[in-house]
Ligand binder design. Structure first.
Ligand code: ASP
Length: 324
């Protein structure tokens, strides 16, 4: 038995590649790294890896996390610049005894020494998004968080080893040095091969307040189905934050247990995710929260075609010429 689940539709090509590795009896670690690299390398996914949206200072600072649910090896990078595949650096760091989470210059120094591929991650398209946002911010008050997504995955292989991992450019227009939940073990991701794994996307500052991925794995350990565990964790954190702070950011999660059963939950409209199992080719679902229950609906061909159209439509810089 094998399976994979991931946040957002953007994971579908990666999950398809990862599934092939699992089908050929490859390990969960290789399947998940390959799947996430696919998302990092695709320039039109503007919230992960190459083409990711920059911080306030127009620099692409990336976060990634990786955890092995069998050994509990954990590695992560925060605010790393100019490296093609943060997920591979996170996986490599998980093999270290100490210094597992490195940020900024220290992460870059490590990656350079280990021979990871350097790359300028800021694309022309991301620059246009940046300049247009700067203009919008001047004209009206806009919160930095808008349409910003992390790819988070959980994978189980034939040997029942489980891996969870994430990769993201974090919040658009974030402060230089800001690190979100994605590279934080327990918040952006968590996995225990004896139970299952989970990963989160949304407003990192709020997801961290509930250590939400750990919470979901804990609930599964207590006997909850992944779907129940996801719903309980999201609804509980959503309510707590509304009660204590009067507001809550976007919270979306996915989970899979060590039987390959899965779940997803959200407190927003329009959360999509991708699942595959041994008997099931990758499927993209859209989910919505109706009175605490999350209802999943398979994305239609029309929705999928439209998605690709939107993300690849040429962008115009306000007052400038059209670019790819
Ligand atoms: N959780 C990510 C962060 O706060 C962003 C996202 O998943 O949308 O950096």
């Amino acid at each position: 038995m094998y399976g994979m689940i991931a946040t957002w539709h953007m994971a579908v090509e990666g999950i398809t590649k990862g599934r092939k590795i699992l089908k050929d009896r490859g390990c969960a670690a290789d399947a998940i790294e390959t799947a996430i690299k696919e998302v990092e390398d695709f320039e039109f996914y503007k919230s992960v890896g190459y083409g990711g949206l920059p911080n306030e200072e127009m620099e692409v600072e990336l976060d990634a996390g990786y955890m092995d649910g069998t050994t509990f090896d954990m590695g992560a990078v925060g605010a790393i610049k100019d490296f093609a595949n943060p997920i591979s650096i996170a996986r490599r760091l998980s093999k270290e005894k100490v210094n597992n989470l490195l940020v900024g210059e220290g992460a870059e120094k490590f990656a350079h020494k280990e021979g990871f591929q350097r790359k300028n991650m800021l694309t022309e398209r991301a620059k246009i998004h940046y300049y247009n946002r700067v203009k919008e911010i001047k004209e009206q008050e806009i919160k930095p968080y808008s349409g910003h997504d992390t790819v988070g995955m959980v994978c189980i292989d034939e040997n029942s080893n489980m891996i969870a991992a994430t990769s993201t450019s974090g919040l658009f227009m974030k402060k230089k040095g800001r690190v979100g939940d994605s590279p934080i073990c327990g918040s952006g991701f968590y996995v225990d091969s004896k139970v299952g794994g989970a990963s989160a996307t949304g407003l990192g500052e709020d997801l961290m307040k509930g250590c939400i991925s750990y919470e979901i794995v804990y609930l599964m350990k207590e006997g909850h189905h992944p779907q129940e565990a996801c719903e309980i964790a999201v609804n509980k954190l959503d309510e707590e934050l509304k009660e204590r702070r009067g507001m809550v950011g976007d919270l979306s999660v996915i989970a899979m247990n060590n039987k390959g059963e899965w779940g997803a939950a959200t407190n927003i409209e329009g959360f999509s995710f991708v699942v595959t199992t041994e008997n099931q080719e990758p499927i993209v679902y859209l989910t919505k929260n109706v009175n605490g229950k999350c209802i999943h609906e398979r994305a239609s061909k029309e929705w999928l075609d439209n998605y690709i159209k939107i993300i690849t439509t040429p962008l115009a810089r306000e007052g400038g010429k059209i670019k790819k």
